[in-house]
Ligand binder design. Sequence first.
Ligand code: HEC
Length: 207
Amino acid sequence: MKGRTLLLLAVWLFLVVAGTLFVLRAVEKRAAMERQVSEARQRAEEAVAALQERLKSELTAAMQQGGPAAALRVCAESAQPLTEDFRGEAGFPVGRTALRLRNPANAPGPLAEEWMRRVGVQTSAAAPVEPAVKVEEFLDGDRLLHYWQPIYVQPQCLPCHGMPEQIPAEVADLLAERYPEDRATGFAAGDFRGIFWAQVPLPKIEG
Ligand code: HEC
């Protein structure tokens, strides 16, 4: 009888200890995953801020030097290679995309498109949405952090993205020539224009 009680006690103790260890491990794993996500998010934010700064200084310099038509030429030539170089430096893909595209090379992936469709209609500079992240998991355990940051139209964007009457004739001609499918005009200041995005790889989930 005594032996049986002891055995039961031992089994009970084992279960309690094993259960506690299991819960602790799960909590720890969760915390580690949250840490990975927040670190990846920070890297995405920094990369996007730097890309934004670089595109902006390029655009501002070109506008000051030669006005909108010259700036359009610069932008059309340099936006893609500049973004490409930037990917090399960041070590992961970053870029810009939109629902109403100018350059089809900036077309969104399915998750970014879904997010823009969801938030794009209700947001403007006066009612901005927060940047968002989503973790995509693949069958082989790979994980990817998607980071999306909204872009709103500012007054200085209008010579190239505004209403037809705001776009200088020379710019309109260049747009028609270079971007026959251009859908990125007709915006007003404050409109949702698109997003900056980044995709940061996350460590695989451990078994
Ligand atoms: C001088 C003309 C010009 C001005 C000013 C300008 N853009 Fe653009 N924009 C372009 C061109 C050209 C492209 C295509 C660049 C490329 O190949 O990626 C473009 C592309 C974009 C894209 C990428 C998505 C797409 O449609 O291809 C976004 C987002 C964008 N512009 C936002 C802005 C915002 C916001 C401003 C104001 C802060 C602005 N632009 C000012 C000419 C301009």
